[in-house]
Design a protein around this ligand. Structure first.
Ligand SMILES: C[S@@+](CC[C@H](N)C(=O)[O-])C[C@H]1O[C@@H](n2cnc3c(N)ncnc32)[C@H](O)[C@@H]1O
Length: 265
């Protein structure tokens, strides 16, 4: 794939190509960062959503959407990728939780009327679209006054294009090098589920990235009309690190993800 991506159509086709491998890895529990770190922390960060109408922005194959539905929320999941939504709907058919899934961009939520949701959630998806400002303005439009937007993104300060772990001679992690923090040029990242048993034999995911700074994110949320009520830079739990020592670097040196909670003023 070319190294410069600007269009949502490119994002959609990249995730269509990633969908089969992504969904089978997630379903098999090979996305250990999600299982051990990012999802438990996000669930702890969430306000109470039971009984609320909630939209999941960039829901992928719906794994997290189903978790939110199991907390009692009336969920809609939207994603740009038809392949992801096809898989999400198939799972809904096998194990119904009353989730509605639609192919739709979070930058143009045409399936939703203004003020039709009590909450908007998003896990590790909003950084993957070309126009974050548009996405938060759309989230603001579809929320009722007082409605909440809670999202996770890769931490913009640490997961930069040049990020690399620093290691001592004995292999111990001593820190994280960042770089190109201010470089907003889109690029395509290649990565795998790090703990997949097939390791490097697995075809990598190709993910279009749209780097932004922390202030880009915060200012866009505020400019859309939200009041930020909380920010968190979660660390993996000590118990998880004890059981899976490879996680410890994210506890000791730098957070992988940033959580933002905001309310429609
Ligand atoms: C890393 S996956 C995360 C999926 C899911 N939230 C999860 O946590 O498993 C990112 C997802 O965002 C979707 N996405 C990217 N840009 C989007 C957009 N503009 N509108 C809707 N979905 C989008 C992709 O298709 C992909 O399924």
């Amino acid at each position: 794939m070319a190294d410069r991506i600007f269009e949502e159509a490119d994002v959609a086709s990249a995730w269509d190509r990633n969908a089969a491998l992504w969904a089978s890895g997630v379903e098999a529990g090979f996305d250990l960062y999600r299982e051990l770190y990012t999802l438990p922390a996000f669930l702890a960060f969430l306000p109470q959503i039971e009984g609320l109408r909630v939209i999941d922005l960039g829901c992928g194959e719906g794994s997290n959407t189903r978790r939110f539905a199991s907390l009692g929320a009336r969920m809609t999941g939207i994603d740009l990728s038809e392949e992801m939504i096809r898989r999400a709907r198939r799972e809904e058919k096998h194990r119904p939780l009353g989730v509605r899934y639609e192919v739709c961009s979070f930058s143009n939520i045409e399936i939703a009327e203004a003020e039709s949701y009590d909450g908007a959630l998003s896990t590790l998806a909003l950084m993957d679209g070309p126009d974050f400002g548009l996405a938060v303005r759309e989230a603001h439009r579809v929320l009722v006054p007082g409605g909440r937007l809670c999202f996770s993104i890769l931490h913009p300060c640490f997961i930069t294009r040049a990020a690399a772990w620093l290691r001592a001679a004995d292999g111990a992690y001593t820190g994280l090098k960042v770089g190109h923090y201010f470089d907003r040029a889109p690029f395509v990242e290649q990565w795998r589920f790090g703990k997949h048993p097939e390791g490097r034999r697995l075809r990598p995911f190709e993910v279009p990235r749209f780097p932004r700074t922390l202030s880009d994110y915060v200012n866009a949320v505020c400019a859309a009309g939200f009041r930020i009520t909380g920010i968190e830079e979660p660390r993996p739990e000590e118990t998880a690190c004890a059981a899976h020592p490879w996680l410890s670097r994210w506890r000791r040196h730098a957070p992988l993800v940033l959580f933002v909670s905001a309310v429609k003023a």
